[in-house]
Design a protein around this ligand. Structure first.
Ligand SMILES: Cc1cc2nc3c(=O)[nH]c(=O)nc-3n(C[C@H](O)[C@H](O)[C@H](O)COP(=O)(O)OP(=O)(O)OC[C@H]3O[C@@H](n4cnc5c(N)ncnc54)[C@H](O)[C@@H]3O)c2cc1C
Length: 400
């Protein structure tokens, strides 16, 4: 064995970094192993955070730092541009705190709050198995090194090796994709402090100001583009988006023309079926998953990242409640204690993420289907199950 560690987190995305920070605050030593060579703080451009996400960020002690980076959003407005006419479909005031953060600000802030050296880059996990004698997880990395960890937390995203080890059902793909980008307006933009959703021919363009100069936009397509080059070439992504919005108002076309090319990306959206969340075993011994590795969902409610932040708080609290905290606590990490903490964590998260994921799924299916009957069915289910469509933002993950 090359190295042995106590608590190993796989993946330095939002959830992995947040979990490391939550554990650090509870004085539980951990390391994060990330396959990329450096922080992945550009992909995805920006992320909307509603009140439930802010509660988690405040528990992590970084809410105030991040508040300064983004303006507060007052409402959501939905507009139809079909038939060449602008028609307001809905206007919903947002009472609680809602802001759209640059992913870079969020990831960099989480990283900066961690002790130096917590994240180890260029460490791509290849496989995980249990030592038949000690039942301790053995992590093997693609560079040939291995690590016998006492505890493993898989925050390795929607295509997770740790989730496979736990025998979770494979994630599924929505028949749709999302293009995202950031546009800077050096002299300020004229967009309102709101989340605007513009519909035209079943293509959704979303616009959210980050601050008075920066705007985050996305475009949801109810199909997967066939052109292979779009997945790697920002120039092609921009061209495709411009074609999609060719008869949108001029300010939209200009916004896409002036996008920061580095921020452009396209994603094929994945989800874990809500019913699989109800039945899946999210921990085995001292191994568990959190964030997208547990509950990857479409972006239709903009809650996947915040759910990962909530996970981090609940997971670290469960470990501390069972007395597993204290920096010099190596010996405190008993297999039995960790198992109990993970069971507690999963129990507290299961219904929350299953409901979030179901609402996201129904919202995504409603948007993606062209069948009138199916649309009615999804609307009825949404009304029956989620009559307060913003109720999910009231969730409080509790104190760390
Ligand atoms: C179009 C779109 C819009 C969205 N908008 C919002 C929004 O507005 N608000 C919101 O809250 N959420 C939103 N989300 C969801 C949000 O982006 C995700 O839920 C969140 O980024 C997941 O974070 P994570 O850390 O769990 O996973 P990831 O961000 O996927 O991070 C996983 C990390 O693990 C690393 N990794 C993977 N495999 C290995 C391995 N084998 N070895 C080592 N490292 C590994 C990866 O390199 C990566 O750094 C959106 C998603 C999409 C697709």
């Amino acid at each position: 064995m090359d190295d042995d560690e106590e608590v190993v987190i796989i993946g330095a995305g939002i959830c992995g970094l947040a979990t490391a920070l939550a554990l650090h605050k509870k004085r539980i030593k951990c390391i994060v192993m990330e396959r990329a060579e450096s922080l992945r703080n550009v992909a995805g451009a920006a992320i909307g955070i509603r009140p439930n996400g802010w509660r988690a960020l405040d528990q992590l002690g970084i809410g105030d730092n991040l508040r300064h980076t983004a303006v507060r959003l007052k409402r959501a407005r939905e507009i139809s541009l079909d038939g060449g006419k602008k028609k307001e479909l809905s206007l919903v005031p947002w009472d609680g705190e809602a802001r759209c953060l640059r992913r870079k600000d969020l990831i960099d802030t989480l990283y900066a709050a961690l002790p130096l050296g917590t994240v180890k880059f260029s460490c791509q996990l290849e496989s995980i198995k249990l030592d038949p004698h000690s039942t301790r997880p053995i992590l093997r990395f693609i560079d040939g090194s291995s690590n016998r960890a006492k505890v493993v937390i898989g925050c390795d995203g929607g295509n997770s090796i740790i989730a496979n080890f736990l025998n979770l059902k494979t994630t599924k793909m929505f028949p749709s994709s999302a293009i995202r980008g950031l546009t800077n307006y050096p002299n300020g933009h004229l967009f309102e402090h709101e989340f605007a959703r513009l519909w035209k021919d079943n293509i959704l363009v979303g616009i959210i100001p980050v601050d008075d100069n920066m705007v985050y936009w996305f475009c949801l397509l109810p199909y997967i583009p066939k052109d292979e080059k779009i997945w790697v070439d920002p120039g092609v992504i921009q061209q495709v988006t411009l074609e999609l919005v060719s008869d949108h108002p001029q300010e939209i076309r200009k916004m896409i023309e002036n996008t920061d090319m580095k921020s452009l990306s396209i994603t094929h959206m994945r989800y874990r079926a809500p019913w699989d969340l109800l039945t899946g075993s999210f921990c085995k011994g001292t191994v568990t998953v959190a964030g997208d590795a547990m509950h990857v969902m479409g972006p239709f409610l903009g809650q996947g990242g915040s759910a990962g932040l909530e996970d981090s708080v609940v997971l670290a609290r469960a470990m501390a409640q069972l007395g597993l905290n204290g920096f010099e606590s190596g010996s405190k990490l008993t297999v039995h204690g960790v198992e109990e903490a993970f069971n507690r964590f999963v129990k507290q998260r299961r219904m929350r993420v299953a409901r979030l994921s179901l609402q996201t799924y129904l919202t995504g299916m409603l948007w993606g289907t062209s069948s009138f009957l199916k649309k009615i069915m999804y609307i009825v289910l949404l009304i029956l199950l989620f009559h307060n469509q913003n109720g999910h933002t009231d969730y409080d993950c509790g104190d760390l």
